[in-house]
Design a protein around this ligand. Structure first.
Ligand code: ZN
Length: 319
């Protein structure tokens, strides 16, 4: 008798938790991940063409992006973090103080990438809310009436909104590798008189004195860029600068995510900043203040409002 009782209670234990769990799953889906308003992270997906770049270029790009946003916050916990991650490791939800910036191969695809990224984020938000029986119409379901005009090097947009007591961190920032590459090649071209150098090297007056000179080494390095304008793995000059230029272009587009479409009067936040020269190597003082204020304002808007996942598990990576 006792044996039987024990058996029955064990049976009940075996059955009831799963029944209770199933009931709870219907009534109460898992809560949305909590996202701190002051998360302050710039995410860079580890995808092609970024992963195909020489490691020196990749390191210089991430270091430069980090350096350019180092003015935000005083203490370590207030600093902006830069996080290079595989798409599968991205968080499900983002803070208003976060940004995502993606390197793509060609400027021709900038507009399509931004349009798709926003549409997928809206779709994912609809899916996440649909699981809790909340209807949310994707605001980016149809392509925009007025096409978004990309700038030469990239395109960045922030559309972070509060709706129905929920926070939607819609955003998109893309940088075109082919444009940064062209700028680096143009910079290399400005350093020597390539036609003259080539003629000298082919001509009869070429001598041992030239080949032993620093100038010959420098010419060789510059020509390695000019002769392989689309293959950075062959470059003997400008490798670190190239990485820095990618980081600068990323920082410029991330700025648009935070402050909107306008441009600064000077520095890296200006319209079409030349990426190779050091005066564009940082944001102006006034622009830094504007960016820091914009991030603080975004954090105040998000505060304790629950954030809707725009990258929920099981759905398409939106960026
Ligand atoms: Zn811009």
């Amino acid at each position: 008798m006792l044996e039987r009782l024990r058996f029955e209670s064990e049976l009940e234990l075996l059955i009831s938790p799963s029944v209770a769990q199933a009931q709870r799953a219907v009534q109460r889906p898992t809560p949305f991940p909590v996202v701190s308003a002051t998360n302050r992270t710039i995410f860079v997906p580890e995808t092609e063409p970024f992963t195909r770049l020489p490691s020196q270029v990749r390191t210089a790009a991430i270091d430069e992006l980090k350096r350019l946003y180092d003015f935000v916050g005083r203490t370590k916990s207030q600093k902006i973090r830069v996080s290079l991650l595989e798409p599968a490791k991205f968080p499900q939800a983002f803070a208003f103080s976060d940004a995502v910036v993606v390197l793509i191969a060609s400027a021709a695809a900038l507009q399509a990438n931004v349009t798709d990224a926003l549409r997928r984020q809206g779709q994912n938000a609809s899916f996440a809310l649909g699981q809790r029986n909340v209807t949310f119409a994707n605001p980016f379901a149809n392509p925009p009436k007025r096409p978004i005009k990309p700038e030469t090097i990239g395109l960045g947009i922030g559309d972070k909104r509060i709706q129905g007591g929920r926070a939607f961190p819609f955003m998109a920032a893309y940088v075109a590798l082919d444009e940064v590459m062209s700028e680096l090649v143009a910079e290399a071209d400005s350093r020597i008189h390539a036609a003259k150098v080539r003629k000298r090297r082919a001509g009869p007056e070429i001598n041992a004195k030239y080949w032993g000179s620093h100038q010959a080494l420098f010419d060789t390095a510059i020509l390695s860029v000019l002769d392989n304008p689309r293959d950075p793995t062959k470059w003997l000059w400008g490798v670190r600068l190239f990485g820095q230029m990618i980081g600068r272009a990323m920082a410029h587009e991330v700025r648009h995510v935070y402050v909107g479409a306008g441009h600064a009067a000077q520095g890296l936040g200006a319209d079409g900043p030349p990426l190779a020269i050091s005066s564009s190597g940082s944001f102006s003082i006034a622009d830094r203040r504007a960016i820091a204020n914009a991030i603080a304002a975004l954090e105040r808007r998000q505060r304790r409002v629950p954030v809707v996942p725009t990258n929920p598990s099981g759905q398409a990576f939106p960026f």
